[in-house]
Ligand binder design. Structure first.
Ligand code: ZN
Length: 283
C-alpha cells in the first residue's frame, strides 16, 4: 500500500486547543535505513524525529530551525533531531547499532537505552540568541519527556504521544504521534474533556493502523477544525559547498598543516552520512 507521511494541523474549542497528528512511517523508515539502526534505536530516533516534525510546524518563519537534543547515560548515548518550518527533519542516534533486551512490558526499551539525561530544545529564529529550554528526562520514553518539557519550559499544558512499530525484518511498520496543547482561554469544560478522553486513547501505533487519526472521535461537538495537512520528510541540506565554507573557520596555517600530514580533509555529515573530501587542489 502506498504511504505518504502527513501531519494534520487542527484546532478545537474555538481555537483554545491546538492539535497536531502525524504519520511518519516513511521518514522514520528512511532514517532507519540511512543509519542502519537496531529496533530500539529506530524507535528512539523515530519518536524524536516525529516530535521534531510536529514542533517544526509551529515555527513561524521559513528560516527558523528547531533542534531537539537528548543526552543520556544509557547505551544509546543520545539523539539529535532537527526540523525546519516545513517539517523537513533530519537526525541521528549517537550509538545506532546497540542491542537491548525488551522491557518488562515486552516493548522496545527506549527509556532504558537513553537512561538518565537531559532533553534540550533550541529554536533558532534568526535572533541574536536562540530560544533554548532544558529539562531532565522523566522516563526517557520521549513522549512523556516532551510533555514535561512543554509544561516546565513553555508553560503549555500538552499531551504528547509518540509511537514507532518496528517489524521483525527491522523495517518500520508504523510511526507517528500526536501533540495536543491547551492554549490560554481553554474552558474548564475542555480541560475536563481532555482529562477524561486522553487516558482512554489506544497507543499511537494502534490509532495509525486505522489509517487516519480520527480527531472527530476525540473532539466530538468541540468545534474541530482541520487547518491544513503538512507533508513532512527526511531531508538533509548539506552540500560540498557548505562543507567547504565551514572549513573557512579553520586558520590557513592549520589547513596547511592538516593537508601536509593527511593529504586530505574529510567532512562527515552525521545526518545523512555523506562524506566530503577536500585536497590541496580545492584550496
Ligand atoms: Zn547531510
Amino acid at each position: 500500500m502506498d504511504h505518504q507521511d502527513y501531519i494534520m494541523r487542527a484546532t478545537a474549542g474555538d481555537g483554545s486547543v491546538r492539535i497536531f497528528a502525524a504519520s511518519t512511517k516513511d521518514l522514520v523508515g528512511q532514517a532507519a535505513k540511512l543509519h542502519r539502526t537496531t529496533p530500539v534505536a529506530t524507535a528512539a530516533l523515530g519518536r524524536l524525529l516525529t516530535a521534531a516534525a510536529m514542533m517544526g510546524a509551529t515555527l513561524k518563519n521559513d528560516t527558523d530551525i528547531l533542534t531537539l537534543d537528548i543526552r543520556g547515560s544509557g547505551a544509546l548515548g543520545g539523539l539529535v533531531a532537527v526540523a525546519d518550518s516545513k517539517s523537513r527533519v533530519k537526525g541521528y542516534a549517537f550509538n545506532p547499532h546497540i542491542d537491548m533486551k525488551k522491557n518488562a512490558q515486552g516493548k522496545l526499551d527506549v527509556g532504558g537505552a537513553l537512561g538518565l539525561g537531559v532533553l534540550s530544545v533550541t529554536k533558532d529564529m534568526g535572533l541574536k540568541e536562540p530560544f533554548s529550554g532544558q529539562v531532565e528526562l522523566i522516563s526517557g520514553e520521549i513522549a512523556e519527556d516532551m510533555t514535561y518539557y512543554f509544561a516546565a519550559s513553555e508553560q503549555t499544558p500538552s499531551s504528547v504521544a509518540l509511537g514507532v512499530l518496528v517489524d521483525v525484518d527491522y523495517s518500520v511498520k508504523q510511526a507517528g504521534g500526536y501533540m495536543i496543547q491547551l492554549l490560554p482561554g481553554a474552558s474548564e469544560e475542555m480541560i475536563a474533556h481532555l482529562e477524561s478522553i486522553l487516558p482512554t486513547l489506544p497507543p499511537v501505533t494502534t490509532l495509525l493502523e486505522q489509517e487516519k487519526f480520527d480527531l472527530m472521535a476525540i473532539f466530538p461537538n468541540h468545534d474541530l477544525q482541520i487547518l491544513e495537512t503538512i507533508y513532512p520528510q527526511y531531508y538533509c541540506s548539506c552540500s560540498r559547498e557548505k562543507s567547504q565554507k565551514a572549513l573557512a573557520s579553520i586558520s590557513r596555517e592549520e589547513l596547511v598543516e592538516i593537508l601536509a600530514q593527511d593529504k586530505q580533509i574529510n567532512m562527515h555529515c552525521h545526518f545523512c552520512n555523506a562524506d566530503y573530501t577536500f585536497t590541496e587542489i580545492d584550496f
